[in-house]
Design a protein around this ligand. Structure first.
Ligand code: GLU
Length: 488
């Protein structure tokens, strides 16, 4: 007998940008499916008609693709278990609701928002768990008709019985909740839309999902879902609730910590393979301490119980460091291809920059690039009319020794033999140029290099000076030195 196929799903609600925590859930499901030779399903949970937008959905799909997470069934792909948008599956939820109504497992509840709020407040005041106490569960036919005649549109609530609700979690082991702590929960809203817990059970069952892998913030939902599986006579899937992504202060990763959406990292020029790698290895730093791991290796070495258990601390500084490491591994040509959108984003028209010149800049600055976005600042460095002087560099240029160095450099640049038709004169070899300034000024080391760097780049740190000289050429160098000497 062959084992049943592993089927997992990622079920996002497109009500905002894809949060890295959710991206990690997608990734863990995807890695699990690829590791086991299973199927990865993408299902769009779009029943919140107010907050869901098509644009969020399109961005979400684009962000998953950008990360390299592909799905076997879902939007744009189809599959035997579709449709893959919940709003196209309403007939299924209604069919399940009718069964629950027929078996008296649910009842219509007419309580208004204000009534519910008063009940909640009362329970909280009495230090009791806020939950629905079942007021409408005992209504007779006549009372229901009377409330309906008032124009109240009911929700459907599930009758939760007292007693333990137990399930086995693949990551967290045996879990137990108490029915009395849950209260009769809503499964269909007054607008006819299924509530999350209900739709997800109908879908996971009908899509033959074998493993539900999601964040541990869903644990109490799972207890409610287990009750629905039982009531509908469905066998529940295997559950695995992974630890959430935390900020460095060990609280749930949120905007307070900096960037949190995949899109933001993408805009800032984090490489997709770096974000993927980081999210996959969060919480499992023990993974041999290796920093560069290919998706293939991630898939081969994946173990859900190991990866999902640990507190997953998201460290943006480490991400940037790793990004730099990956950036350095590209050839200048391949990196230039990746950088072109960022060249445009920074307001540089790459058509006025020759490809070979961009590539030369890229080669010169590649080791100093933390993100792709940072290319903008470096291109500014090589664009005369974008030259700016930072305060540190300006202070240094005010010193007497700095002026001596620049005067000597100016002398060399101004005295270069003209070459016919060339915009710039060919520069002497960098080391001999520096030696001659050293001889003229009797200065060396930082006192020699820093004024030159400050004058030609406007900064005290940056790429190697010899490369900057070669890229700028004598005309531009002379202009910058003149400006520095003139205190401009
Ligand atoms: N739409 C739910 C969410 O985004 C899905 C949760 C689940 O995986 O069941 O949180």
């Amino acid at each position: 007998m062959t084992a049943p196929r592993i089927r997992v799903r990622f079920a996002p609600s497109p009500t905002g940008e894809l949060h890295v925590g959710n991206a990690r859930t997608a990734l863990l499901n995807w890695l699990y499916a690829r590791h086991c030779g299973g199927i990865f399903v993408l299902r769009i949970e779009d029943t919140d008609r107010i907050r869901t937008t098509k644009a969020f959905e399109e961005n979400l799909l684009a962000d998953l693709r950008w990360l390299g997470i592909d799905w076997d069934e879902g939007p744009g792909k189809g599959g035997a278990f579709g449709p893959y948008h919940q709003t196209e599956r309403l007939a299924l939820y209604d069919e399940c609701l009718q069964r629950l109504i027929a078996e008296d497992r649910v009842y219509p509840c007419y309580c208004s928002e204000a009534e519910l709020e008063a009940e909640r407040a009362d329970l909280v005041a009495r230090r009791m768990m806020p939950r629905y106490l079942g007021k409408c569960s005992r209504l007779g036919e006549a009372e229901r008709n009377r409330l309906a005649a008032e124009g109240r549109r009911p929700v459907w609530r599930f009758r939760v019985e007292e007693g333990p609700i137990a399930f086995q979690d693949l990551i967290r082991g045996p879990m137990t909740f108490q029915g009395e702590a849950i209260g009769d929960f809503i499964i269909v809203r007054s607008n006819g839309m299924p509530a999350y817990n209900f739709a997800v059970v109908a879908d996971d069952h009908c899509m033959q999902i074998s493993h539900v892998i999601r964040g541990e913030d869903h644990l109490s939902n799972t207890a409610a879902q287990v009750l629905l599986y039982r009531a509908l006579g469905f066998a529940p899937p295997v559950f695995a609730h992974h630890a959430l992504v935390l900020g460095k202060d060990h609280t749930k990763l949120s905007k307070r910590h900096g960037s949190v959406s995949v899109r933001e990292f993408r805009r800032r020029g984090i490489l997709p393979e770096v974000l993927l790698n980081t999210l996959a290895l969060l919480g499992s730093a023990s993974d041999g301490g290796r920093e560069i791991v290919s998706p293939k290796e991630l898939i081969a070495g994946f173990a859900i119980d190991r990866t999902g258990r640990g507190g997953a601390i998201f460290d943006e500084e480490k991400l940037l460091w790793l990004n730099g490491l990956y950036i350095r591994r590209y050839t200048a040509a391949a990196l230039t291809d990746l950088l072109l959108p960022f060249v445009r984003q920074a307001g540089h028209d790459e058509r006025t920059w020759e490809r070979s010149r961009i590539e030369a800049v890229v080669a010169a600055v590649q080791d100093s690039l933390p993100t792709l976005e940072a290319i903008g600042g470096f291109l500014d460095l090589f664009t005369d009319d974008r030259f700016t002087l930072d305060p540190e560099a300006a202070a240094l240029l005010g010193q007497e020794d700095a002026k001596k160095v620049l005067a000597a450099l100016r002398g060399i640049l101004a005295g270069l033999p003209a070459e016919e038709g060339a915009a710039s004169e060919p520069l002497p070899e960098f080391r001999s140029l520096i030696r001659s300034i050293a001889d003229q000024t009797s200065l060396k080391g930082k006192q020699l290099y820093l004024p030159i760097r400050a004058a030609v780049t406007g900064r005290l740190h940056g790429p190697e000076l010899d490369r900057i000289f070669a890229l700028l050429g004598s005309a531009s160098l002379l202009k910058r030195v003149d400006n520095a000497l003139a205190g401009r």
